[in-house]
Design a protein around this ligand. Sequence first.
Ligand code: TRP
Ligand code: ZN
Length: 881
Amino acid sequence: MKTEEPRPVLLSEYRPPAFLVDKISLEVSLDPDKTEVRSFLHMRRNPDAPREGPLVLDGEHFELKEVRLDDERLGENRYQVDDTSLTIATVPDEFVLSTLTTCAPAANTALTGLYQSNGIFCTQCEAEGFRRITYYLDRPDVMAEFRTRIVADKSLASVLLSNGNCVAEGTLEDGRHFAEWHDPFKKPAYLFALVAGDLAVVEDSFHTMSGRDIALRIFVEPGNEDRCAYAMDALKRSMKWDEEVFGREYDLDIFMIVAVSAFNMGAMENKGLNVFNDKYVLARPDTATDADYAAIESIVAHEYFHNWTGNRITCRDWFQLCLKEGLTVFRDQEFTSDQRSRAVKRIADVRLLRTHQFPEDGGPLSHPVRPNAYIEINNFYTATVYEKGAELVRMIHTLLGAERFRKGMDLYFERHDGEAATVEDFLSAIGDGGDEDLSGFKNWYSQAGTPEVLVTTQWDQASATYTAKMSQICPPTPGQPNKTTLPIPIELGLLCADGTEIPLQLDGEDSPGATSRIVMLDQREQVFRFHNVTQKPVPSLLRGFTAPVKLSANQSERDWTFLMAHDSDPFNRWEAGQKYASTILISNAEALQKGGKARQGNVFSDIIEKLLADENLEPEFVAQMITLPAEQTLAQTVGSNVDVEAIHAVRNDLRSAIAERLWETFRAAYDRLLVPGPYSPDAESAGRRTLRNTCLSYLVASSRPEGLRLAVEQFQAADNMTDEIAALALLADHDGPERETALEAFHERWKTDNIVIDKWFAIQAVSTLPGTLENVKRLTEHPVFSLSNPNKVRALIGSFANANQLRFHAADGSGYSYIGDNVLELDRLNPQVAARLLGAFKSWRQFDSARQDQMKAVLEKIVNAPGISQDVYEIASKSLS
Ligand code: TRP
Ligand code: ZN
């Protein structure tokens, strides 16, 4: 807890560790209230650091019982202990240090270190949780060989797991038993894991490219064995994909996944023993949606891919977090693109970037992909580090092409396997291996903010040339008033009136090349000239979203509708539709404020009709095309003085207008798109369901009662959670008796299912009906709701704060004060989750002055509250700055 202004950790102050740990042996005797941890650290002075100074080990939130140096028990005069460390003034150059400590897993509500989830002992050590288990050099550049002996009452825990291979197990006296695990790969402490409990197991195996057989095991609470098949299948496909695409084979003989219900994030890549939030493992057609299946697939892949990008090559320090996270997100995105639809995945990723990363980068919490300073590292597992980090890797991939990128990656693995590396190491290896100078790219990692690219195009008939004048600026961000220019790859094409594309011939080239090409904007301002352009084209700019920038160009609504219909680049086809729709919506919102007249979007409707009739298009892509931009995205586009009520109203109105005009079309599509046969989570069936449910949402938005009737019927008849929940979400937003009937029926069916019931919480929290906040408050009293379970908090309170723009931003400030109070209450239990919830205030300056005052007051109350965690302090104080 904070006593005075916490001092930030600085990248510029990085020093190599004074000591190294070659080996660590742990003996953990489990008990919910008093777990004993005996550790033996085989240590020596680091030859690459100054050979002086005391030994300082990290350690907190436990009790120290004993310290031994080379087997001699030290008297209290030989060492010093404070809240966060153990210091021994004099030690030999090489020694074994042993400590005995006790901790209380059952009382650990922060869910970092050793804790209990539903009776299961488990650990979460990233980023700095290992120091809550034992005294250690808890930093990622200290890599050691781990041996772990776990002892527990058989009745308390029948399964005892840790990293690596099980080398011994057996029975002890008094009903106890033990297991010993050895991990032959050196690793930092944040990759340590221990799990123990009464767990059921689902087993399979994987045959590697070099012919080894790997045992695969998924551990779950008994009763959930029938929900593991998809995660197991995703795991095997991930293993195969990493062999084929990156040449990476799994290294240990066993790979384990454990699913627990109390978990701060999605999942954790501990060596050989991944621990997952159970909602990202467990799936059955009647309990999980298509979106859940897709999330399971990508998170299983993400954690598995960390074995090479993160574990075999880890980070030198936490400032390098993007080295493993950005790269691994890029890898899981590519995996999903290969397994499913590349176009749809790209659209989904850019949507995510725009809804989460752009607001972060445009507000007070803006930071570079590689930050320079932090107070609490847990606050830096952000959309910027993960998603923008992945975009930076993607730009490099775009620039080099798949083949040279692979050569760069091969060199990266060759050079740094077994090491703790930096972003510079990564860029040099990719640059050397891929034969490209990437030095200009470094600035992308150190400069915060979203660059804005302005494009002005002009066609000259007489000379048949087409010029695109491009410029870039990056707005100032906290601590970075002045920005440098960045290398921005921009893929583009030029379309003729008939929709065909012109082969592009740039200045200095003597013949035309491909129709889609990448130009590099690496100056403040540049002109790109294309020759032999004999008719006025419509430009398609930033195809595939080749750079994480905000692009604006002199394009008209006619250009957008033309591109919506004709662009060969699916991403830009979608992009044109979104730009067009948001232009209409934002001007309608202005009209509403001024008492003017709204536009009905008939042109948009006509295009939707054509898209729905086009049998060559993937249904999921069509669903993306015909979905209006989200209210949050519109707010983000408006940027200041956002009127949440107007945005909500005009978006609903436009949706209704489209629904009226295209009723027959949607009605026919709804029938036609029904997926026959038993449920399968494959991408194609899922896409049909998405489109069908999108049609249903339009039908419900129309004035005809049949829409609502169809939703009720679908809710009652659904044989899978996707269709059931899609219908329920529509009914829950409808003010009528159908709402209560459906919510009650769902509750009755699923009230004992820990994962499914969270959907019931979330759906009510995002309802736009006026009584939503009162209902959310009421639901926190529900017997299965608990502030100490992060999934519950995220489903109910988090959804309200982050996914219900209309009600969170209620004019009377009730939403703000409710969330503020919850942040403070939650902070006493779980600072990480509390700090994340507080992130809902990050864009507070985008709203009108009355709302700004209200949000500011909440932030000030929090920053001044006595005893708040440094997690919450950092977010609150930066938000106010
Ligand atoms: N490294 C994990 C991942 O991205 C995420 C993670 C970081 C995490 N810190 C955590 C998970 C704390 C749970 C708790 O794959
Ligand atoms: Zn990760």
